[in-house]
Design a protein around this ligand. Structure first.
Ligand SMILES: C[S@@+](CC[C@H](N)C(=O)[O-])C[C@H]1O[C@@H](n2cnc3c(N)ncnc32)[C@H](O)[C@@H]1O
Length: 247
């Protein structure tokens, strides 16, 4: 029996709601500590004095690093269970607000955002919804806003094995929670080319940083083409000026 797209979305949301109190165990894996410290260092430095929109903030693990230098953060997630955990963290003098919001609409994100952040969200985007999300997310950000996204690379022996691939090329993992409950979770591992192709019409000064366990992209928002016309023009292909990759 095939699993419908609404059911998969519901699975993902329920899975993270039930995982809220045990979520940050994933950040304790010993082999990943060097990368995590590196990513935290970038986030501490990069959003200095910016007003940041964070999508799918979860328990606020990365929010706390962004808060070290940002002016404000609107941290959003669809699950009140994870936001409840996030609210217990210390964000020092940064103005941090948490709102329940669906990442595909972000209807209550109405500020003048000069920064955008998504941690470990791209990997949960079904391929068929990537362009919808990208367009909507960038529509909330100011021209020249700084965007950072981070996510997992698939690493044999460290990542949860993939259980299947669907007709769209989405991959899945079977995950188990502390209470024994099991969920099939959509988890994709996009390569640099796929990311570039998806955001090229919205980005300038693009950089891809390839770590052992994670990737990070950073760029500035370019609205002049994509923002005015709405959907990215389909016929604009070829090399993207200003794109570099750091490995
Ligand atoms: C892998 S966790 C990432 C959490 C956090 N950004 C981090 O990196 O630690 C994915 C998050 O996406 C949230 N989520 C799932 N579906 C969502 C949706 N449709 N809209 C907003 N958030 C969603 C989950 O509640 C969960 O907190």
């Amino acid at each position: 029996m095939s699993t419908g797209k609404h059911q998969l979305n519901k699975n993902l949301i329920e899975y993270y709601a039930r995982r809220a109190t045990e979520y940050e165990i994933i950040y304790q894996k010993p082999e990943r500590q060097k990368d995590i410290q590196y990513l935290a260092g970038i986030l501490i430095a990069i959003f200095k004095e910016r007003d940041v929109l964070e999508v799918a903030c979860g328990t606020g693990f990365w929010t706390q690093f962004i808060a070290e230098s940002a002016n404000s953060i609107l941290a959003t997630d669809c699950n009140r269970e994870v936001i409840k955990v996030a609210k217990y963290k210390d964000y020092k003098s940064c103005k941090v607000s948490f709102w329940e919001s669906d990442a595909y609409s972000l209807s209550n994100a109405t500020g003048r955002f000069t920064g955008g952040f998504c941690g470990f969200w791209w990997s949960h985007l079904p391929k068929a919804r990537i362009q919808h999300f990208i367009k909507m997310f960038h529509s909330k950000l100011q021209e020249d806003a700084l965007v950072v996204m981070i996510d997992n690379k698939y690493v044999e022996g460290s990542s949860t094995p993939l259980s299947r691939t669907d007709d769209d090329g989405n991959t899945y993992q079977n995950r188990k929670l502390g209470d024994g409950s099991q969920y099939e979770v959509l988890k994709n591992f996009p390569g640099e080319e796929e990311i570039i192709t998806s955001i090229k019409d919205y980005s300038k000064n693009f950089q891809y940083i390839d770590l052992d366990y994670y990737w990070l992209v950073k760029y500035h928002v370019k609205k002049s083409l994509a923002g005015i016309t709405g959907f990215p023009p389909s016929a604009r292909g070829g090399q993207v000026a200003g794109m570099t990759s750091i490995t």
